[in-house]
Design a protein around this ligand. Structure first.
Ligand code: BTN
Length: 260
């Protein structure tokens, strides 16, 4: 096994007794780990399972955007959870905070969150997070947390993202062991998920990482454009903006595109 290969057998042995990562399904190619996780959920997939693909034909980001991830270079995976409605808003925070901790503790990189859930290093995107939920009437049945982390990507090879994206390798100038990066992510994600299950909101820690607060931003929400100063987030992570005439508007993370 080479340094860049992902050793998911090793990973599942590390996480045997943890809530997340005790089962890891590793695919060479999928359309999207989101769709495969949803398909498996209908066949009784256990909570805490992780579905990873070396390559996705139709990797997707928020608002139907394409997620670029060349085969074998990055980490593209979905975590399958069954949270309560109260826990749901904190899953995206747990994922973003775990990426921040992984890149700072393990690789010495300073990471920030661009609201609602992009992780940036030196102003460029290193990770994107997509949360999809299955609801029955008003109850959350499943949540699928899709996480893409640029590990060994060379952004200069992709004109669409070359100016806005980075990777751990791009920042450090050396090939990164993806098994170690994934292990560190799962270690932190398990810690945050434990906190969520014990009823601790992650909002304070997450908002301390938000580079968006204090910036003048433009958001698209319910087909309208709002501009103003990003002032604060509420406990669920919704963003409060103060417009130029002093009006206050609260925008929900799930429904917004943001331009800084
Ligand atoms: C975004 O930044 O808009 C979110 C990107 C999420 C990408 C990940 S990669 C693993 C999972 N499978 C997908 O198709 N998308 C998510």
């Amino acid at each position: 096994m080479s340094q860049t290969d992902l050793d998911t057998n090793l990973l599942s042995t590390y996480f045997t007794n943890y809530a997340v990562g005790h089962r890891i399904l590793h695919y060479n190619i999928l359309d999207s780990t989101m769709d495969e996780t949803r398909r498996l959920s209908l066949q009784g997939l256990e909570e805490g399972a992780v579905v990873i693909a070396e390559e996705q034909r139709l990797g997707r980001g928020r608002y139907g955007r394409v997620w670029i991830s060349p085969s074998g270079e990055n980490l593209s995976f979905s975590v399958f959870l069954k949270p309560t409605g109260l826990q749901l808003p904190f899953l995206n925070m747990a994922a973003a905070l775990s990426v921040c901790k992984m890149v700072s503790n393990s690789y010495g990189l300073d990471a920030a969150v661009k609201w609602p859930n992009d992780v940036l290093v030196n102003g460029r995107k290193i990770s994107g997070i997509l949360v999809e939920t299955d609801m029955q009437s008003k109850n959350v049945i499943n949540a699928i947390i899709g996480i893409g982390i640029n590990v060994n990507l060379d952004p200069s090879k992709f004109s669409d993202i070359s100016n806005i994206s980075t990777s751990i390798k791009n920042e450090l100038g050396q090939i990164i062991d993806r098994t170690y990066a994934m292990k560190e992510f799962l270690r932190f994600f398990n810690e945050y998920y434990d906190l969520i299950r014990k009823g601790h909101p992650l909002t304070t820690e997450w908002s301390s990482k938000l580079e968006t607060l204090g910036s003048y931003i433009r958001v698209r929400w319910k087909n309208q454009i709002f501009e103003g100063w990003a002032d604060k987030v509420d406990e669920q992570g919704n963003l409060e903006i103060i417009g130029t005439n002093g009006n206050v508007i609260t925008v929900m993370a799930g429904e917004v595109t943001l331009q800084l």
